[in-house]
Ligand binder design. Structure first.
Ligand code: ATP
Ligand code: MG
Length: 577
């Protein structure tokens, strides 16, 4: 491709609305342009990268025995009503009506559609197992689209769905996908960690995420997930799922009688523990959340933090947030109190179900709110002044240096970008949608399903997060839009132009994806652009051509060597041998 023909506009500056490097670089280097919030044009260079990732995914999925198909982007509401998700999916689901006033949605994912496909097409165990996948644009009206392609509203996903006759079959399908995913990301030049993750409120199911680990420090805040991992045994999990051995702490408040004390202005645990001169670990913290629109309460030891996804799962919910001060006011009024956050307690709140974290069970003679401002109960005990809620669950956020439950070593935390995930769905959709087959014994059974996603566009952005420097993008060879760019330094020097054209032609003849910068630009502009757009190799034809030498530059290592034009061509050809 000639740069004079290439549809490419690089920018001098980073876009002002971009927070993370992949977003900044992909816009500045002319790969993407925003159409509207969270929706991007993939310009020609970007499209080449995306197609490369897609093809790697396609090859590995095909090798793993999956079959590609394509499902419709627009889906009828009826299917979502059958699965029960129409009412719970929330605002991320982009709903619309057709001219006949029928409700539809833009596909955010395709479990419902694929289940209907299987329901119509698979009748006997003899047709199992099957794994079907597609690569397609998804639409999710994300609450916070940001970071360019990392969290868009429209984005490209590969989604696969497996159907098995039994759990053992699902285990195998899952294992095959896990292996395929490892190969896919490795081939994309991305190191990933497969971590355990939350799989929602459906009990017993298993899921893993593939995380590209990005350093929290540096300038990189693109990783939206906290990943806890053991330095010794390899245990790793998303913070929404991670567990740890609880560190020893004081759990007896030492008060020898239960009494209500004045605790003026102690709105936070720190203020309260300083005022009472007790450890925060003998305070029972009480928080109000809203799960699926319903108020719920959470009790946890004062020195610990609630993990909201775990809390949500304790109530089998789909959506969670902390209650606002206005909502707390309303709850208090309903029960005849007027306490504000910091003084809330579990006793006497009407119509609020509580969950207690495991950490509060052991508390003795502890401190707890009683729904009266500027007062706390001290020396409280379960079953005496306060009742331990029936619902007890692990709703605690793991902390760095907590001990690993598998081997007792220290857990560390790092930021990760989730590029893919695999999920044992079981019969969640097949049961709800009555998608059944006849088993060996003649019995009708629901399919045992798994689902497996990869964010194609997010993977491209994650690659930029991991591979760039101050000059621009450094694409891994396997997903680079072009392998090499040939740059004649002067557009006036006939020898330089002639040799550059010869190299270009030879590479083209050998089916190498090559650019030639034939623009009438200053050398500085051409070289800067080459670094910015991140082509893995650059062959620069300059003054040394009088000695029959050109510069061969490796973008990733920065190494530059002088070689003859023939050697330069051969070095590129060798990459593919
Ligand atoms: P996240 O927790 O990041 O919102 P998710 O759990 O909603 O992800 P899935 O529904 O499992 O993601 O989708 C499969 C894959 O699609 C994810 O692993 C991710 O790589 C990609 N993906 C999900 N949401 C987006 C988005 N808004 N923009 C780009 N890629 C996305
Ligand atoms: Mg999501």
């Amino acid at each position: 491709m000639r740069m004079t023909n290439l549809f490419l506009q690089t920018l001098r500056e980073f876009p002002s609305d971009a927070e993370v490097m992949s977003h900044k670089l992909l816009v500045r280097a002319g790969y993407i342009r925003k159409l509207t919030n969270g929706v991007y044009n993939y310009l020609p260079l970007m499209w080449r990268v995306l197609k490369k990732i897609e093809n790697i995914v396609r090859e590995e999925m095909d090798n793993a025995g999956a079959q590609e198909m394509l499902m419709p982007f627009v889906q009828p509401a009826e299917l979502w009503q059958e699965s029960g998700r129409w009412d719970v999916y929330g605002k991320e689901l982009m709903r619309l009506k057709d001219r006949h006033n029928r409700e539809m949605c833009l596909g955010p994912t395709h479990e419902e559609v694929i289940t209907s496909v299987a329901r119509e097409g698979i009748h006997s165990y003899k047709q199992l197992p099957v794994n079907l996948y597609q690569i397609q644009s998804k639409f999710r009206d994300e609450i916070r689209p940001r970071f360019g392609l990392l969290r868009g509203r429209e984005f490209i996903m590969k989604d696969a769905y497996s159907f098995d006759a039994d759990e053992k079959g699902l285990d195998k399908s899952y294992e095959i996908m896990a292996e395929a995913y490892k190969r896919i990301f490795e081939r994309c030049g991305l190191e990933t960690k497969m971590v355990q993750s939350d799989s929602g409120a459906i009990g017993g199911s298993v899921s893993h995420e593939f995380m590209v680990l990005v350093n929290e420090k540096a300038e990189n805040n693109a990783g939206e997930n906290d990943v806890f991992y053991c330095t010794k045994c390899g245990y790793s999990a998303n913070s929404n799922h991670a567990v740890s051995i609880l560190k020893e702490a004081v759990t007896d408040g030492g008060f020898n009688k239960a009494e209500i004390l004045d605790t003026p202005n102690t709105h936070s645990i720190e203020e309260l523990s300083a005022f009472l001169k007790v450890s925060s670990s003998v305070i029972c913290k009480c928080l109000i959340y809203v799960v699926d629109g319903k108020y719920v309460g959470a009790l946890i030891r004062g020195d610990k933090t609630v993990e909201e996804t775990k809390l949500m799962n304790a109530f089998q919910g789909n959506d969670v947030r902390i209650a606002s001060s206005g909502e707390i006011e309303e709850i208090m009024a309903n029960s005849g109190f007027n306490a504000v956050a910091g003084f809330i307690g579990p006793e006497g709140l009407k119509n609020i179900e509580f969950v207690a974290d495991e950490t509060v069970k052991e508390l003795k003679n502890f401190v707890v709110g009683i729904n009266q401002n500027d007062k706390h109960l001290v020396g409280a005990n379960w079953g005496r002044e306060v009742q331990l809620p029936q619902k007890i669950a692990d709703i605690r956020l793991v902390e760095e240096n907590d001990k690993c439950t598998e081997c007792g070593s220290d857990l560390k935390v790092t930021k990760g970008i989730e590029v893919g995930n695999i999920f044992k769905l079981g019969t969640k959709y097949s049961k709800a949608m009555n998608a059944v087959f006849t088993d060996k014994d003649g019995q009708e059974k629901p399919f045992i399903m798994g689902c497996y996603g990869i964010g194609i566009s997010r993977t491209a952005a994650a690659a930029v997060e991991r591979h760039h420097d101050e000059y621009g993008i450094i694409w891994p060879l396997s997903i680079a839009p072009y392998t090499v760019t040939v740059v004649p330094v002067s557009d006036q020097d006939e020898t330089q132009l002639k040799v550059a054209e010869e190299i270009y032609k030879k590479l083209l003849d050998n089916k190498i994806e090559v650019l030639i910068d034939d623009r009438a630009e200053r050398a500085g502009v051409k070289l800067k652009d080459a670094d910015l757009i991140g082509i893995p190799y650059r062959i620069t034809v300059g003054k040394t051509i009088k000695d029959n030498l050109v510069e061969f530059k490796n973008r990733a290592t920065g190494e530059v060597i002088n070689v003859t034009p023939e050697e330069a061509v051969n070095k590129i050809l060798e990459l593919f041998n």
